[in-house]
Write a protein that binds this ligand. Structure first.
Ligand SMILES: O=C(O)CCC(=O)C(=O)O
Length: 237
């Protein structure tokens, strides 16, 4: 992914242009992260013994161009997932360097994982919004906000309903993190039709069709194609 402020015509793949590498499950070195015993021992507390790595990301948050597009709006990750139950899904998010409010640390609203999945949409930001950066408009503004200052290698594990986002990168460096969403292999796919995830589901299908040059696709196939078993056996996902 490139930041929305970089025109397509100026895009040359390099550390300075790539803001996110998504779906690195075929990259042996990066995917090693998703198999580390130090990570899986905590993941298993949420998922049980049959663990699927469903969604992988290396985020290289670029120095903000001044348009504040390096921010990530407050959202719940479950918005993007067509599988349940939510209590059997967990994100591991690891700092690859010191991260604080200056380079855009995570901001979380504690306790929000106990609430429902809220409707998401693109925020109305003047400088533009990156593709798929959907946000929640109606979160409780009085809810405490905690900024997670982390050192290289520190990892947080969080629930897919936890409302979180990240601030703009005011530093001159690239803020790097690596993350994976894990799920219990017993989770099941759901139909997004008629839910508040219907739009994101359609948008995701469109992106996949564009990238892979296909006319149609199904979200279930997309996620089954992405998912990899990392411990135990593959069951439903
Ligand atoms: O790393 C960040 O800045 C936040 C990423 C995030 O919340 C996400 O991709 O769901």
């Amino acid at each position: 992914m490139r930041d929305v402020t970089i025109p397509k015509s100026e895009y040359v793949p390099s550390e300075k242009m790539i803001s996110k590498v998504q779906d690195f499950q075929e990259d042996e070195e990066l995917f090693r992260y998703c198999t580390l015993p130090e990570i899986l021992k905590y993941v298993e507390c949420f998922t049980g013994p049959n663990i699927m790595a469903m969604h992988t990301m290396l985020i290289n948050k670029p120095p903000d161009s001044g348009k504040k597009t390096s921010r990530h709006p407050l959202h719940q990750d479950l918005h993007y997932f067509p599988f349940r139950p939510s209590n059997s899904i967990v994100c591991a998010w690891t700092a690859m360097e010191h991260i604080d409010r200056n380079n855009g640390c995570l901001a979380v609203l504690p306790g929000t994982h106990k609430g429902p999945l809220k409707p998401h949409d693109y925020p109305q930001w003047e400088g533009g919004v990156n593709i798929m950066f959907h946000g929640i408009q109606d979160y409780d503004k009085n809810n405490a906000r905690v900024h997670l200052v982390m050192e290289k290698g520190d990892t947080v594990f969080f629930h897919p309903l936890l409302i979180h986002g990240s601030g703009r990168n005011k530093s001159q460096g690239f803020r790097k993190i690596i993350s994976c969403h894990f799920a219990d292999a017993n989770c099941h796919y759901i139909d997004l039709k008629g839910t508040n995830q219907e739009n994101v589901g359609k948008e995701m299908e469109e992106v996949v069709c564009k990238v892979y040059g296909q006319k149609t696709t199904s979200l279930k196939d997309v996620w089954a194609f992405r998912g990899r078993v990392v411990k135990g056996k593959r069951i439903n996902l």
